[in-house]
Design a protein around this ligand. Structure first.
Ligand SMILES: [Zn+2]
Length: 630
């Protein structure tokens, strides 16, 4: 790793001049109501090792170093604060024990848990800390604010399936289960690989490596699970009383998550804006990839909350970061957040209407200067340049409209031609070295990407590209940009994606409760089209579990696997029977299915050879595919 380049130091000086670092209000708020914590928020993992610890982040107590954007350093310090906090009487949060926050709301007889964190260990430690100071209250309900795993994966740390049978409610926004499956299963493989970059998964904590994740310190590790909702919120506004606590649910689909909701607790004078108004500009499409989010809906729901709920509250909580207190400050904050998403949306569309393309808009669009001086509008997690792309794609898709870009050669093929035109890899590296010295890091990375894709073994290109990636990482205010650049630099230096640990895989808990239709969708994306295109087959596939037998008829033609509930009847080539317990192991792909066939664990009647042919056409995925090289 190289130290900060003089241009990086100069960029940081501009940030210090532009922003009001003497405003320490957030440093007060992040500690307000502190009750207690665990030393270093240290949590052991059930399987051995450490699930979570702030201990390696002790270096953040110091002054902002040259290798970290000073604004990101500030957020990194705020996200290092951890413990149990009282927001108001009856409303408590544990923060800094996971990427997200868990909120505890005390009812008449027990406690309502809002968002039980990402991992079982985190949630278990959080509720133990809460109970140690607030009494051994039973959990009467769990509420998931939205369909992202950092908000529900730890549910088994606070309740078990037995509690649900005994009447503990699990409440979620409409579409919750489908949307969490859609993200974690169908697009799961590429999303997880890309998420390693976004979160800097395996970067060591340190001033030249990992300092934060923008929304919280890090992802951590541990066991995760899923307990399905027992009650869905379906109306745009629903009023319920749970254990004596009045809750007004406000659905906000299409905002930070496809299934999402805010909550107003009128009796407590508290508003919970889930993840729709954290102390950062959020992502309209995270770097890990997602369906693009609707900035217009986001702004509109915040406006509705500002109008209907904000006048009735004196504390605002969110499920990442710290609360805001005081009616006037809350109104300013929510109005600023609303304006931020509205401005991003409207101004991107305005510039699109002038014919600008995403790269041009990203360079041109600046947030209004008053708004951009507000700490909560800084891009610690999202970034203006990337959000502009998301708005563009939301309306017009990925193509910028210029036919020169309609049918580009794939990266490796175009890289070879670039090298031919530019005088060869060595000549490009020599020029890039001068541009590196001149601080042209963005261009150096772009130019050297062609060299690496033409000649992956070109060590000088890889090292210089890594140098430039590091400077871009050091300069980035967004933690997700920093993490991405620094992980890319490491993979370029180590010549292999294999240097990056694999991270989190699909939870067997999730696979084992997948609706059968979702499992078949998952099977469908494994069908290798070219291999399967000559195969025609009709299968009945029966899944048995405690609730009975679920039969789907599968039709394979033209390499496409379609399925509907019901049976092909006499037209079926084969009938496959399996139990729900087998679902999890079979989701691993072709080899698991073939092994199950060999061991006769799958019950196949009829044309078993045809079914085997079909299984032979299923792909297995390498979760660590290359990104920074071909
Ligand atoms: Zn979250």
């Amino acid at each position: 790793m190289r130290p900060a380049h003089p241009d990086t130091v100069a960029a940081h000086a501009r940030v210090r001049a532009e922003l009001d670092f003497s405003d320490r209000g957030d440093y007060d708020d992040v500690r307000r109501g502190f009750i207690a914590t665990l030393p270093d928020a240290h949590i052991d993992a059930d399987g051995g090792g450490v699930s979570w610890s702030m201990q390696p982040y002790g270096f953040l107590a110091g002054e902002s170093p040259d290798t970290v954007n000073p604004s990101l350093w500030r957020m990194s310090q705020l996200n290092a604060v951890h413990g149990l906090f009282e927001v108001k009487p009856r409303v408590y949060q544990v923060r800094g024990f996971s990427l997200a926050n868990v909120t505890f709301i005390e009812g008449d007889t027990g406690v309502i848990v809002v968002d039980p964190l990402q991992f079982t260990e985190h949630a278990r430690a959080a509720i133990a800390l809460y109970r140690a100071h607030r009494g051994d209250r039973p959990v009467v309900a769990v509420i998931y604010t939205h369909s992202h795993r950092d908000h529900y994966g730890g549910v088994r740390g606070v309740i078990g399936p037995g509690d649900v049978r005994q009447g503990v409610k699990v409440i979620a926004p409409n579409g919750f289960t489908e949307e969490s499956f859609s993200e974690s299963i169908l697009a799961g493989v590429p999303m997880r690989r890309r998420a390693l970059f976004q979160f800097g998964w395996s970067l060591e904590p340190g001033a030249m490596a990992h300092v934060d994740s923008g929304l919280g310190k890090a992802v951590g590790r541990g066991g995760d699970g899923f307990i399905a909702p027992t009650q869905l919120i379906r109306e745009s506004v629903e009023r319920h009383v749970i254990d004596g606590v009045e809750i007004v649910f406000h659905l906000t689909p299409g905002t930070e998550a496809p299934a999402d909701m805010n909550m107003h607790y009128p009796g407590l004078r508290v508003l919970n804006l889930a993840e729709n108004a954290c102390h950062t500009m959020h992502n309209l499409c995270p770097l890990r990839g997602a369906k693009t989010r609707d900035a217009l809906a986001w702004a509109r729901y915040l406006d509705q909350a500002l109008d209907a709920f904000v006048p009735e509250v004196d504390a605002l909580i969110v499920q990442h970061h710290w609360p805001v207190w005081g009616g006037e400050r809350i109104a300013q904050y929510v109005a600023g957040q609303r304006d931020m998403y509205r401005y991003l949306h409207d101004q991107t569309l305005r510039l699109m209407s002038h014919g600008r393309t995403p790269r041009e808009i990203a360079e041109e669009l600046m947030m209004p200067s008053e708004l951009s001086k507000q700490w909560f509008a800084r891009g610690y997690y999202g970034a203006v340049a990337h959000n502009v792309n998301a708005v563009y794609a939301h309306y017009l898709g990925p193509y910028d409209g210029n036919p020169a870009n309609l049918n580009l050669l794939p990266p490796a093929a175009s890289a070879v031609k670039y090298m031919e035109y530019m005088g060869g890899a060595d000549a490009v590296v020599a020029k890039a070295r001068q541009d590196y010295e001149a601080g042209q890091f963005r261009w150096v990375v772009e130019a050297l990407n062609h060299v690496v894709f033409a000649e992956p073994g070109h060590q000088a290109a890889r090292q210089l590209s890594a140098d430039a990636m590091e400077q871009l990482g050091y300069q980035a205010e967004s933690a997700t940009w920093r993490n991405s650049y620094l992980l890319a630099a490491r993979e370029l230096r180590s010549s292999s994606a294999a240097s990056t640990p694999k991270g989190v895989s699909i939870s067997p808990d999730i696979v084992s409760i997948l609706p059968f239709g979702s499992f078949l969708e998952y099977l469908g994306i494994r069908v290798n089209g070219p291999k399967a295109q000559g195969l025609k087959a009709r299968f009945d596939w029966q899944l048995s579990d405690a609730s009975g037998i679920d039969t789907h008829r599968l039709t394979l033609s033209n390499g496409a696997l379609n399925h509907l509930p019901g049976s092909h009847g006499a037209a079926a080539d084969a009938v496959v029977r399996m139990s729900r317990e087998q679902l999890g192991q079979l989701s691993a792909g072709r080899s698991a299915l073939l092994a199950a066939l060999d061991r006769s664990e799958l019950d196949v009647h009829g044309d078993a050879a045809l079914f085997r042919n079909f299984v032979e056409c299923l792909d297995e995925f390498d979760p660590m595919f290359n990104i920074v090289e071909p």
